[in-house]
Design a protein around this ligand. Structure first.
Ligand code: ATP
Ligand code: MG
Length: 436
């Protein structure tokens, strides 16, 4: 046999629940349930779906995210199109592509837009639990809105999503909030920061020393534990905010307070991209080790203009789907199994036509039924029925079918007596099984 080929390091298959895997990554049933829940919540808030290409011009991210960011400096999968020499990049995040598409299609011409996108992102990082080279995000953007109303609504929408997934805010996930102010306030802060870090240059690591003059704000985003003290004592932007920025921040807080959502103001929250201003937030958890941020976002009022569009404000967030599903799994929250409700046991191939007609009627009535295909002994078929996780077995035995019936056996309750049900008019008892 030839050698088997393997997936690229840090890029994972999302497998069906019936395929066991050793690394305990969430299965596709969990993904499906997450996606269904997300679609339902987003629809209730009036968000519309957008799908953009996975590959974009490299220049989009260099211009959009900022040259001196972790992503652009060392995490992008960039390559040259061998056909025409174009510089291309597998998208490391969604916002730049969404803004590119909206500008290209003049989408804000008729007013603001609420948009969401779900799909793979690519970053060349060290793979570990909750950190992959291909990962997936739900990305949500409100374009053309100045806030603060929509900033707060967006945060509350995430809380609704948590609740519908069974996560409790405050216990399983916590909200952290900050304001990055406006460019002039950031400039003043930047000067104060440079001064502070220059005074403590010996405490900086190599990355930070390099960034001291190019992008000192990024130093606050460091993951180096040895630098926590010097970062902790640095001047805080929130103390330098002007009246308008403070009013925006307080207006966001007023909505969250009224809705009873608790949060922590974290002056160190700066986010990893350069485009943010005013409101920034992260939803974090203590249950995933160091990969604790499941959702992060904020306002980026300058990005649309920076990418060639007519100036328009915007706010958005990205949610890491793998991390979120790992968290749900870790907490042992109840999740749908993805198992069929019934498994059809058909001992003889001659009975398949009659069985198939009944199964079609059951599915039309909304029942999920897995038909045993490929024949085999009753014993082996029951083994499959059990392994499928189905609650019931429907047994299309020779005698039953001759009487115009099918036998129903409860696989999860040995005490429950076997029942006979009519082959025709299956819709009537399908409803009973669905609600049992
Ligand atoms: P981190 O600080 O953990 O690297 P980030 O600030 O780079 O996160 P964002 O760019 O804000 O992350 O992306 C939004 C979300 O996407 C993150 O909060 C996280 O849940 C998820 N995410 C980011 N990078 C990865 C990755 N390499 N693997 C899995 N999920 C990721
Ligand atoms: Mg990162």
């Amino acid at each position: 046999m030839a050698d088997i080929l393997r997936a690229v390091k840090g890029m994972n298959d999302i497998l069906p629940p019936s395929v066991p895997r050793s690394d305990r990554l969430p299965d596709s049933a969990l993904w499906q349930w997450f996606e269904t829940t997300v679609r339902s919540v987003l629809a209730r808030y009036g968000y519309q779906n957008l799908i953009t290409p996975v590959v974009e011009p490299t220049a989009l991210f260099v211009r959009g995210l900022g040259e001196v960011t972790d992503i652009v400096e060392k995490e992008m999968y960039s390559f040259e199109d061998s056909m025409n020499g174009d510089r291309l990049t597998l998208r490391p995040e969604a916002t730049a592509g969404i803004v590119r598409a909206m500008v290209e299609h003049n989408a804000l011409y008729n007013g603001p837009l609420r948009i969401w996108l779900m799909g793979p992102m690519f970053r060349h990082e060290k793979p570990q639990k909750g950190r992959y080279r291909q990962f997936h995000q739900l990305d949500v953007e409100a374009l053309g809105y100045a806030g603060p109303d929509v900033d707060a609504e967006m945060i509350l929408m995430v809380r609704t999503l948590w609740r519908e997934l069974g996560l409790v805010e405050g216990r399983h996930v916590r909200l952290e909030l900050n304001s990055l102010g406006q460019p002039d306030e950031r400039r003043a802060h930047r000067e104060a920061l440079v001064k502070h870090f220059e005074q403590h240059a010996d405490a900086l690591d190599e990355d930070s020393r390099r960034r001291l003059h190019s992008n000192p704000l990024r130093i606050l985003d460091t993951k180096n534990p040895a630098m926590q003290a010097v970062v902790e004592s640095a001047p805080k932007l929130i103390d330098l905010l002007g009246e308008a920025s403070l009013a925006h921040f307080n207006a966001v807080r007023a909505v969250l307070d009224a809705a009873g959502l608790e949060y922590r103001i974290n002056p160190r929250l700066v986010r990893g991209m350069d485009y943010y201003n005013l409101t920034v937030f992260e939803w974090v958890t203590d249950h995933l080790g160091s990969q604790g941020t499941v959702c992060g976002g904020g306002r980026y009022d300058g990005l649309i203009e920076q990418l060639g569009g007519k100036p328009a404000p915007a706010v958005g967030f990205g949610l890491g789907i793998e991390r979120l599903l790992l968290l749900i799994q870790e907490l042992g929250l109840p999740v749908p199994s993805g198992a069929p409700l019934a498994y059809a046991v058909i001992p003889s191939p001659a009975l398949v036509p009659k069985a198939a007609v009944t199964l079609e009627a059951l599915r039309a009535a909304g029942l999920s039924v897995l038909m045993h295909a490929g024949g085999g002994s009753m014993k082996s078929q029951f083994k499959r029925a059990d392994a499928s996780g189905a609650r019931y077995a429907l047994i299309f035995g020779e005698d039953e079918v001759a009487r115009g019936e099918v036998a129903l056996k409860d696989l999860r309750n040995a005490e429950a007596p076997q029942r006979s049900l009519p082959l025709t008019g299956a819709a009537a008892w399908a409803a009973e099984l669905l609600n049992a």
